[in-house]
Design a binder for this molecule. Sequence first.
Ligand code: ADP
Ligand code: ZN
Length: 625
Amino acid sequence: MESPQATLLAHAPGPDALPMDRARRLLRNVYGYSGFRAGQEAVVQTAFEGRDALVLMPTGGGKSLCYQLPAIAAEGVGIVVSPLIALMQDQVSALRQLGVKAAFLNSTLDYWEQQEIHAALGQDQLDLVYLAPERLLQAETLEFLRTVKVALIAIDEAHCVSQWGHDFRQDYLGLNVLAEAFPGIPRMALTATADERTRAEIVARLALRRPAAFIHGFDRPNIRYTVQAKNRAGGQLAGFLEDHRGEAGIVYCLSRRKVESTAEALREAGHDALPYHAGLPGHVRAANQARFLREDGVVVVATIAFGMGIDKPDVRFVAHVDLPKSIEAYYQETGRAGRDGAAAEAWMIYGLQDVVRLRQMLDESEAGEDQKRIERAKLDKLLAWCEVTACRRAALLAHFGEDYPTPCGNCDICLNPPRTWDGTVAAQKLLSCIVRTDQRFGAAHVIDVLRGKETAKIEQHRHAALSTYGIGEDLTDGQWRSVLRQLLVQGYVRSDAHRYGALVLEPAARPLLRGEVTLELREEVRTPKPERARKARPGDAEVAASDQPLWEAMRALRKQLADAAGLPPYVVFHDATLKALIQAKPKTHAEMLALHGVGKAKLERYGDAFLALLANTEASTPDQS
Ligand code: ADP
Ligand code: ZN
């Protein structure tokens, strides 16, 4: 069998110019993209050179193209190892829409369908074939593929080979046999999550040969990060969603019950919202997920059971109304927004109760002490990140060991810098009040005492007689909760799970009480309105009000075409392409082909329908010039 580099490098001495030229042409003609994204070109080049590669790019960075393009350009088929059968189908349909000869081999196919694909492979008629690792590693499959001309092997979600990671898959461990089974064929391992240790593990366990490493940062510039103090969760979420009507998004909640009630409330407010959690029957979950993937503007309200393998590019927002477990979890969950590169939001609210409850859940969990310590540290890091007073993106990236030149201009802190105030006296009042009430009460009662309220509990415990009774009338309940939350997060106070969440002083509280140190606290942002002004932001292209009817008509046409083909709408065209169509209003095939996301196959399939729609609208709109 001739190795691909032999065919590809036959063009020497003008070494790689020719395959790269071909790749650039394919980028335009097949995908309709005007250029490579950061990093893609170098990876493609490496594949042409026949070298192994390790590719680390954030979600939405454009990993697929890195192996698809060389596989299409080269002779022979690209073998793609992918963990989820459910995803293969969508990937293959999307490729076929582009006119790429792609197929998958898995258990959903019947005997004859398989024979057909084997025949196509035997005659070198496929550009790409997708398989799950367990399928690829079957003796017959390997035996057969060794008789086929293979251009490259891509191993997607390569971090699944790591036993320490969160997505370990036993079958990935067997993939090292590919090194011997396909000598000389370049292999490419791709992932969006891999710290240094996992990276080394990937290289070792997959037996990559001196791979070129392409490590791209974790930054997702088109995602805007916002974290707000929780006061009226329902109202805050409703307000946030008001700006995102008709857009697809995910709302994460901690409990199944809250998923149900939130989904209900959103439906009442006129959103197309569906619940998703592990307690729902399988068919309901599947149906809700399918609607999210296949329709425009569906909001899924979910526990963390939702999301694995959600490859929908046009998720416009991910909202957390409860805290995730860790920064890693937060990054992964919010990473599902904005894969298409258009503006997207990661929005979260959290409050005093969340801090108390999550810590309590950890204390009460069945896990061993070591495990608990790790989980606590993770939660504490997340909480500290929630309270940052400098660029949130920079702090997020710093967690992954990355330097980011601040300010980013696209996070809540950069857009609306929080003020800080000297909270020393307030903290002393609160700490003394906890001490005076014998460290036996939770937040609500302590704040009632501070504010000098008359409650049954205060009467029962004669707390009106305390020296701290009523010394906190200068601040509102909300402000006290903010002070206490920050004291909890910063480790001056903890809430004791074994005593019903009673507030207890930590050693750090002593010097503060004695006035030996001072404390800067963050002022809560009251009515954050930075985004209402709709500053231009990365990936943003707004539809002008006058074009709204056209935008709606385009979306309807896309849905109709997608339904007819049994595909999700974004497989027909991404939002960005619809917006480009509205902006450019092309009249001819050639004009349309120049737009982002329009390749030859899609032009042929859908060009006339969209051009006709544009022509009709043009004709029916009175000329206003
Ligand atoms: P990943 O697998 O890294 O999460 P994908 O490969 O799914 O990302 O790509 C994310 C999105 O970016 C896709 O919608 C894809 O069409 C788009 N994309 C990829 N490369 C380019 C490019 N060079 N120009 C424009 N869009 C691109
Ligand atoms: Zn910032």
